[in-house]
Design a protein around this ligand. Structure first.
Ligand SMILES: NC(=O)c1ccc[n+]([C@@H]2O[C@H](COP(=O)([O-])OP(=O)(O)OC[C@H]3O[C@@H](n4cnc5c(N)ncnc54)[C@H](OP(=O)(O)O)[C@@H]3O)[C@@H](O)[C@H]2O)c1
Length: 338
């Protein structure tokens, strides 16, 4: 089993496509909201790719830095960090103007009952940011929650399916996309709407959630019957390479694994790997938050880790007592209430 340093290393290893792209990219890179679940290994990958491409380029992590584990990784990789509360436009005004932005800041859990906080974070902050950085390139982390629920037989929502978000969190995420679209139209911003569906990092993610239910003797709910998920190393790689496809015409990219994963199948296989009995709850529904990632695969190739290997690594991590973030995905939520 990997230890945590080896996991971080695996998630932040660039492949040759990224190193080649970084030779072609111009300008420094800033990651806004870098202190969360994905940002630290994404920033570390950017730093590795800069070093391996031989180009001089600043990689700047911007966040409030509330997670000490993230801070430890930034320090170990000697990544430049600028503390900033992005809800404060005066603090944004002090950030150096760079050409390349990976935009990861957002708010999801806690939305029910505090909806205005989510709107400030997901819709107002993008307006403050785009008025400061104006015509930069932006890879904007978004979510598959903005699509309608799709039937399992459909093959998942493609980028051509019009948004139809359910619940205030998902609607505010569409708001975030629209503000960046406005910046493309009016300030010359180059934008990719990076619609991510469930990264797997072992410390959190859908596979972790299912293992957690199994280990605690809880039943696995089947009402949302299927999902897509993707190895976080691939997410980091595709996010950084997407800087080169950012466009004033606003590119949309679904980012997830190519497998449509049955919850029953995944839980049964994880139960075997964990050596535990699996209990199920309810009947299988027909629809889920399902995305079609064909465009991403066409542009950037298949993810380097498939479902079976992710499940094996996830079970090893859980059995070995690997650190968990205690941040469930709530992928089983079907009413959009977070
Ligand atoms: N992880 C997934 O599987 C997944 C799936 C779909 C979509 N997404 C979206 O992709 C983005 C990145 O994912 P993630 O899992 O890394 O999200 P995350 O864990 O929520 O990280 C975002 C980070 O943004 C920072 N932030 C929040 N408010 C801020 C503020 N006012 N000023 C400065 N920084 C602030 C926070 O770090 P500090 O406390 O250090 O400020 C937070 O940890 C998010 O928008 C998420 O919703 C993620």
């Amino acid at each position: 089993m990997w230890n945590e340093a080896q996991l971080d290393e695996a998630l932040s290893a660039p492949d040759s496509g990224l190193i080649k792209d970084f030779k072609a990219l111009d300008g420094d890179i800033m990651i806004l909201g870098a202190g969360g679940k994905i940002g630290p290994t994404l920033a570390a990958m950017a730093k590795n790719a800069v070093e391996q491409s031989g180009c001089k380029r600043r990689v700047i992590a911007v966040s409030r830095f509330s997670d000490p584990f993230a801070v430890k990784l930034f320090e170990a990789k000697q990544i430049e960090c600028i503390p900033c509360d992005l809800t404060n436009p005066d603090e944004i005004a002090r950030l150096p103007k760079v050409k390349n932005i990976i935009y990861m800041a957002g708010r999801k859990f806690g939305t029910s009952g505090a909806e205005c906080e989510t709107w400030e974070m997901n819709a107002a902050v993008p307006a403050y940011v785009t008025r400061h950085f104006e015509d930069a390139r932006y890879v904007v982390f978004s979510t598959s929650n903005i699509y309608p629920f799709a039937a399992c037989a459909s093959g998942g929502n493609t980028e051509d399916v019009p948004p139809s978000p359910i619940g205030e969190y998902a609607i505010s995420c569409l708001g975030r996309e629209r503000i960046f679209e406005y910046a493309a139209k009016h300030f010359g911003a180059k934008v990719v709407q990076f619609r991510l569906s469930y990264a797997i990092d072992l410390r959190y993610g859908i596979l972790y959630d299912i293992c957690n239910w199994i280990m605690n003797g809880k039943s696995v709910p089947l009402a949302v019957p299927a999902f897509n998920c993707v190895w976080q190393r691939y997410v980091n790689e595709v996010a950084l390479r997407s800087l080169l496809i950012a466009s004033e015409n606003v590119e949309i990219l679904n980012v997830t694994g190519p497998e449509l994963v049955s919850v029953r199948y995944a839980a049964t296989r994880l139960g075997q790997l964990l050596g535990r009995e699996v209990k199920f709850e309810g009947e299988e529904g027909e629809r889920g938050i399902l995305c079609n990632s064909s465009r991403c695969v066409r542009l950037f190739g298949y993810p380097d880790m498939g479902l079976e290997e992710m499940m094996q690594k996830q079970a090893e991590w859980v059995l070995g007592g690997g650190r968990q973030l205690n941040k469930p995905t709530h992928f089983e939520e079907s009413k959009g209430k977070f």
